[in-house]
Ligand binder design. Structure first.
Ligand code: NAP
Length: 287
């Protein structure tokens, strides 16, 4: 079976593509002229150059494949072009990586684009499966836990905006890759959308404690009231001052983000690792 992968050079994609190879798939990757193909350089990928915003390049990349694995974000408004190209090229099967961020109560910028993308996929008439991961971590390409590990490694104290009791359920990147593979191989997933998450929800305090324990240390958690910080950040954003953290990130940290993956378990045998297991394997790779 031959698949076209978009986003194959990214953090998640670079773990999905090798797994597809290991499982006997032929893989064609759509990349932009600027894409760094190095993460996949040891594999016999068929490379095609194009862009999700360019219907012609996308349709031509799809000719001759049996399925699309769309890992590139649905948050940039390309869904209609992707679905149109699939129809044009006669590709009926598609796995689409979305995000549980569509459930946020916050007025996040890309939420409406992502919801519209999912709606377009639902009504496309194609054999789709949507996978919605929570926050993805694992490898030094992750922009979340890898940073936290490096920070907690050197600091005796960690400021936390809020009481740290909101729930998180981060998913290990290889579990996302496994979910993509299983969904692709399981016809029962056609026409369905699945939330996929780490094994269990944890409070942010537990996230900090788990990482610190895996580093073999204790970190003092310094809880700060978060609304004054949010207001301050919103003010700095209004006057155009750039800080490393945004008001929306602080608000999101204080929102519960736990999601059941029971349907994924039932339909395609999804079984994620625990956060402790994922973090310990990351820490074992530290130089
Ligand atoms: N990271 C998370 O915590 C997280 C959580 C939940 C859901 N997700 C979802 O998971 C998916 C993968 O996320 P990620 O963090 O692994 O992404 P990433 O590292 O940012 O990689 C994005 C990939 O998409 C490609 N891409 C972006 N725009 C493109 C365009 N216009 N045309 C062609 N290719 C384009 C990039 O190509 P280049 O190499 O050219 O840049 C890259 O390969 C996304 O759909 C994201 O929304 C991520």
């Amino acid at each position: 079976m031959k698949v076209l992968v978009t986003g194959g050079t990214g953090f998640t994609g670079s773990r999905v593509v090798p797994l597809l190879f290991q499982n006997g798939f032929e893989v064609r990757c759509l990349t932009r002229p600027s894409s760094d193909r190095a993460p996949l350089s040891t594999l016999t990928v068929e490379w095609v150059t194009g862009d999700l915003s360019d219907a012609e390049s996308l349709t031509s990349a799809m000719h001759g494949v049996d399925a699309l694995v769309n890992i590139a974000s649905l948050g940039f408004g390309h869904a209609d072009t992707i679905l149109g190209s699939m129809k044009e090229a006669g590709v009926k099967r598609g796995i689409f990586v979305s995000t549980t961020a569509i459930f946020t109560q916050l007025n996040a910028g890309s939420k409406s684009i992502r919801l519209a993308a999912e709606e377009a996929i639902h009504t496309s008439g194609l054999d789709y499966t949507i996978l919605r991961p929570t926050m993805i971590y694992g490898s030094n390409r992750d922009r979340n836990m890898w940073r936290l590990i490096r920070l907690l490694r050197i600091t005796p104290a960690m400021p936390i905006f809020g009481d740290g009791e909101s729930l998180q359920q981060p998913i290990f990147v290889d579990d996302v890759a496994q979910a993509v593979l299983l969904a692709l191989k399981t016809n029962d997933t056609i026409g369905r959308s699945y939330n996929i998450a780490g094994k269990e929800p944890l409070t942010y305090n537990q996230v900090i404690d788990t990482v610190a324990a895996a580093l073999g240390k204790r970190v003092w958690k310094l809880h700060l009231p978060y609304m004054p910080i949010v207001r301050l950040l919103q003010f700095t954003e209004r006057i155009g001052l750039r800080l490393p953290i945004k008001a929306e990130q602080v608000l999101r940290l204080n929102e519960d983000k736990s999601f059941s993956y029971e349907e994924a378990k039932r339909d395609f045998g999804y079984r994620p690792r625990s956060f402790e297991e994922g973090i310990r394997s990351e820490i074992s790779k530290l130089p």
